[in-house]
Design a protein around this ligand. Structure first.
Ligand SMILES: C[S@@+](CC[C@H](N)C(=O)[O-])C[C@H]1O[C@@H](n2cnc3c(N)ncnc32)[C@H](O)[C@@H]1O
Length: 292
């Protein structure tokens, strides 16, 4: 209970804690250490991947490639079963840890560990599975789309990507943004926006086919409540494989608020046109969401 009191006393200071933890940090060649902890401890996120592996019979005797292995939070669940794994990670701070784990568990012989950029790596053979969790809401901040676009050339004709599809949704609302913050992922429900419209699909990313890296979509929303809209609430729903989904927690694709280019007064019953313009793997701070 004491612990809960402490959280309550610090709710407002924690409003941007998740944003800070998930923001690319050049001093650490990537994510701050705390974010790996956030990811590893999230049973919902790791469990969804495990369910997908189970449905593929733990990829028994398969050849796999995983991009962005981090601290092996997903990898260690399938590695005992596969025949061969190409594991890619570009954060040099993790190299020693990963090598030690591979040796300790007797996996080193069947693993080719590649320290480098998954968008540039050439694989020496076709693979049965390409796995990756390099996701951020709408794929706006991380390179999931670019990395799978590059690695899928090495997939066997009947090979599988994990994940396969991402559905991005938006809903218009009103929220308080502090100076210097254009977007933030939600950690506590009290920082949710006042929700004013229906939630609609902005775009669907088919990771087997996505070619374009520029997103430009117009979406129609209906207004439930009159008010001043100044942001969208973003959700990304991930299909790891047909029937195995992950729909966002604090550690991956948390529902996120992003300011509209301009606030707009809207009326119950109105129909709105939301224009969304951004690039995969850039920054939500550069994305433009606008009510026409
Ligand atoms: C969101 S974390 C996921 C880590 C791990 N797969 C897990 O699920 O816990 C993404 C990881 O991908 C790595 N990464 C990001 N971009 C990369 C790239 N272009 N090539 C290789 N690794 C990359 C990051 O350093 C980070 O460790």
């Amino acid at each position: 209970m004491d612990f809960f009191y402490k959280i309550i006393d610090n709710f407002d200071q924690l409003k941007y804690a998740l944003l800070d933890a998930q923001t690319f940090d050049p001093d650490h060649y990537g994510f701050p250490e705390i974010y790996y902890k956030v990811m590893e401890t999230d049973k919902e996120r790791v469990g969804a991947y495990i369910r997908a592996f189970e449905q593929y019979d733990m990829m028994k005797d398969a050849v796999v490639c995983e991009a962005g292995i981090g601290t092996l939070a997903l990898t260690k669940h399938y590695l005992p079963y596969v025949k061969k794994a190409y594991l890619i990670e570009n954060n040099p701070n993790l190299t020693e840890f990963i090598q030690a784990e591979l040796e300790k568990n007797g996996w080193a012989d069947k693993v080719e560990f590649i320290v480098g950029d998954a968008m540039k790596i050439q694989l020496p053979e076709p693979v049965d599975y390409v796995i990756g969790e390099l996701m951020s809401i709408y794929c706006a901040n991380e390179y999931q789309v670019q990395i799978f676009k590059h690695l899928r050339q090495f997939l066997k004709p009947d090979g599988k990507l994990i994940p396969e599809r991402i559905v991005n949704l938006a809903q218009v609302g009103r929220a308080e943004f502090d100076q210097g913050h254009k977007h933030y992922p939600l950690l506590f429900t009290r920082h949710w926006p006042e929700l004013l419209s229906t939630q609609e699909v902005v775009n669907v990313i088919d990771l087997y086919k996505e070619e374009k890296l520029d997103v430009a979509f117009d979406t129609e929303l209906k207004v439930h409540l009159s008010g001043t809209a100044n942001c969208i609430l973003m959700h990304s729903l991930i299909e790891l494989k047909d029937g195995v989904n992950f729909t966002g927690t604090d550690s991956l694709m948390p529902p996120t608020l992003c300011q509209l280019k301009q606030a707009k007064n809207i009326r119950r019953g109105d129909t709105l046109q939301l224009s969304s313009r951004y690039q995969y793997g850039s920054s939500l701070d550069e994305a433009v969401f606008e009510l026409k």
